[in-house]
Design a protein around this ligand. Structure first.
Ligand SMILES: Nc1nc2c(ncn2[C@@H]2O[C@H](COP(=O)(O)O[C@H]3[C@@H](O)[C@H](n4cnc5c(=O)[nH]c(N)nc54)O[C@@H]3COP(=O)(O)O)[C@@H](O)[C@H]2O)c(=O)[nH]1
Length: 693
């Protein structure tokens, strides 16, 4: 049975091709004088990796009977990578210089190790090529530990150098010699002067040092982990420095890659929030040192969530990449752009006239970001809201500037979106209010403090109640009844609208079931916020509500806003069709205020359009044609029409003339608690109209 070791300790001796006639005697003539030397001497051919010539002593050392036999040996077979590199190194060391150096070498004649001290120098062959002249100085002895440690030092890739205190090299192992750049006579090889000073200072003060720094090497600039120790030269006893170096460039590169990943957003490639907190902070510090000004612009895309929800996350991602590219090309070369996450971006800009530049830049950003673009074959247009804080007046660190720019951005949103707002100190109070409101809303939901009022929906012709719109109020334990206008937008901003909507839905559905049980056939309409509609759980939630409350879906109308329909995507159609299939009626609220598009009305299963009160308020005073147009359109489409916000008899008279189906408004009644609403019913209730015909 044969066993296979990983490293063959006895490589086959392979023969070199036969020498040309007379070649060996030429060599004898040229180098024969060296036979006089009492110690073994041989010449190694760097290029052919074989012995070119050897004296008698050397033949003995190499266990060769004749010179012919020795020069015929192919030593390349036995050559490890490290030895090959060392030989290559010797070759380049010897090319231009007249160096001699002594080293411990182990040769393997006939596979047997033979350690010795060899002095190496260069010698020219007959054809002018440089060869290695080797002189055997002494046997190394046979202390195994010593032999092995010497071998290890010779073969290790760790670069080890012993320096005198004056900086002269007393010893360097082959790896260190290989790494030293050729022909450099410099004080040190550190790329950065400060690394050299740090090393020397630590060596002098503490006697040891460890640092990772870029250094110049024969392979160019590399990262080395450099460790230094104070010690003594074993030969002279003089104080010296032992320096070892390990090439950590690959590690550094991996580290740099990991750092890049940690600092950049994978989707857009822009610096991310993590980078902003240290990278932008450093930049602010240098702006501060230069006595310059800067501006931080916080950008949030308006209604981006809607794109995500209606066209899907992949489309949302595509849009974000597009926005990131537009941002990159809109800013100046030395401005910095980052993505904080979601649809939030930051720009850090510097300029001598920062106020003038920010004005210019923000109007450019508003323009480029709101250009329509195509995402998955659908034209999409989003607008940005921008908040600006100025360094140093609005903050001197990145966290403060970000907080303030964020507050300003909220102000831009509140003021109608698609605009820029500058930070002002009073905004901090508004932010505090937002936080307080969020926490109060959470408590209110837990304690079920929300109540529902009902505004009658009245038949225009008979002036009788045919249904009710459920409108939420907050029964605050200290502040009394709070109107939804005060808290709905906060609930939307902080993501509580879904939970709030679910509570309202449940109360209104129970009320409908109760009225039905009392024999009152009243349709109840409920407002759904776009977020609630788009969350993807609505159908399931409605199914649960029907089961839990026993309501009749055919008498529940869901009011959605036009914005929900704008995405015009398949999932919206599907959700609406599922709801319609369960029996729910669908109404479009505040109709006419969005981007009305007749096409979507035909695509979706819509039962009712509620004409916004802004059109109704103008029907008599000015010749406002829109309400009339909407009524005509409803008639053509065969959907029910409800006029909202009817406050005067003349408005009602106009609606009668137009043959509008139903109305709501203060003229008939404000929204009321269920019991007060019921008090309006006797004598006025009639079977609900139910449709347009
Ligand atoms: N997502 C949800 N939104 C809700 C819910 N409940 C209410 N809301 C929305 O809040 C906004 C303000 O509502 P509210 O203060 O209740 O105002 C309603 C009516 O009181 C008011 N109205 C009715 N008649 C008149 C009138 O003659 N004049 C006049 N100036 N105002 C009148 O209109 C509001 C009803 O509007 P609409 O929903 O568009 O029919 C409001 O936007 C509510 O939608 C909820 O549970 N979820």
């Amino acid at each position: 049975m044969t066993s296979h070791s990983l490293i063959d300790p006895r490589p086959e001796a392979v023969a070199q091709p036969a020498l040309p006639e007379g070649e060996l005697s030429d060599r004898r003539d040229r180098f024969g004088v060296l036979e006089q030397l009492s110690h073994a001497t041989w010449i190694f051919d760097f290029d052919r990796l074989c012995i070119h010539w050897a004296n008698r002593q050397a033949l003995k050392l190499w266990r060769a009977d004749t010179l012919e036999a020795l020069v015929a040996r192919d030593l390349s077979v036995d050559l490890s990578d490290t030895v090959a590199r060392r030989l290559h190194q010797y070759q380049s060391d010897l090319v231009d210089t007249d160096t001699r150096f002594t080293e411990c070498w182990t040769i393997y004649p006939e596979g047997r190790p033979c350690a010795m001290l060899v002095e190496f120098s260069g010698i020219r062959l007959g054809d002018g090529r440089l060869a290695l002249f080797c002189e055997h100085l002494a046997d190394h002895g046979n202390n195994p530990a010593m032999l092995r440690s010497t071998e290890a030092l010779t073969h290790t890739t760790v670069m080890i150098t012993l320096y005198s205190r004056a900086g002269g090299v007393l010893y360097s192992n082959p790896a260190a010699r290989e790494a030293a750049p050729a022909g450099r006579e410099q004080r040190h090889r550190f790329v950065r002067e400060q690394d050299y000073h740090a090393l020397m200072l630590a060596l002098h003060l503490q006697g040891r040092c460890r640092l990772i720094a870029p250094v110049l090497t024969s392979r160019g600039e590399r990262w080395h982990e450099v460790s230094g120790h104070r010690c003594r030269d074993a030969v002279t006893g003089e104080p010296s420095w032992l320096i070892s170096e390990v090439d950590v460039s690959d590690l550094k590169r991996t580290e740099a890659r990991a750092q890049h990943l940690a600092d950049h957003d994978a989707l857009t490639g822009l610096p991310n929030r993590h980078y902003v907190t240290h990278g932008f902070q450093h930049q602010l510090e240098s702006i501060g040192r230069a006595g310059e000004q800067a501006a931080l612009i916080f950008i949030d895309l308006d209604r981006f969530k809607h794109v995500n929800d209606s066209l899907g996350h992949a489309a949302g991602d595509e849009l974000l990449v597009e926005m990131a590219n537009r941002l990159r090309s809109a800013v100046r070369h030395n401005d910095r752009v980052a993505r904080l996450g979601g649809d939030e971006f930051l720009v850090l800009a510097t300029a001598d006239d920062i106020a003038g530049y920010v004005e210019q830049l923000s109007s450019r950003l508003l323009k480029v970001l709101s250009q329509p673009g195509a995402v998955r074959n659908t034209e999409v247009q989003v607008t940005p809201s921008l908040g600006v804080s100025i360094y140093p007046q609005d903050g001197t660190d990145i966290h403060t500037l970000m907080r303030h720019a964020d507050l300003a951005m909220y102000r831009a949103k509140d003021a109608g979106r698609n605009r820029v707002a500058y930070f002002a100190p009073e905004m901090t109070a508004a932010a505090q209010k937002r936080l307080t409101m969020e926490s109060e809303l959470r408590h209110a939901l837990e304690r079920r403090e929300f109540v529902v009022y009902y505004q009658p929906r009245v038949d225009v012709r008979s002036n009788r109640i045919c249904g009710a719109e459920a409108l939420v109020r907050w029964q605050h334990p200290k502040r009394g009844l709070i109107a939804p206008g005060v808290f709905i937008s906060y609930a939307e901003d902080c993501g509580l609208i879904g939970e709030l909507g679910a509570q309202v839905l449940e109360i209104a559905a129970r009320q409908q079931a109760r009225w039905q049980a009392q024999g009152l056939d009243l349709a109840v309409s409920v407002n759904l916020s776009p977020r609630q509609f788009l969350e993807g759980t609505l159908v399931e939630e409605m199914r649960r509500t029907v089961e839990a409350t026993g309501c009749d879906p055919r008498r529940i109308e869901l009011e959605i806003t036009e914005s929900v329909l704008l995405g015009n995507d398949d999932s919206t159609v599907e959700t609406l069709e599922q709801l319609a299939g369960m029996g729910f009626r669908i109404a479009v609220d505040d109709f006419g205020t969005g981007y009305s598009n007749l096409a979507y009305l035909q695509r979706y299963p819509i039962d009712c359009l509620k004409i916004d009160r802004s059109f109704i308020s103008k029907v008599v005073d000015s010749a406002q044609p829109i309400a009339g147009l909407i009524i005509t359109m409803c008639r053509m489409l065969g959907v029910q029409m409800v006029a909202e916000g009817v406050e005067t008899q003349s408005q009602l008279d106009w609606l009668k003339q137009q043959d509008c189906h139903q109305y709501q408004g203060y003229l008939f009644s404000h929204p009321l608690p269920a019991t007060a609403f019921e008090a309006l019913l006797p004598g006025r209730l009639e079977p609900a109209a139910g449709g347009a015909d």
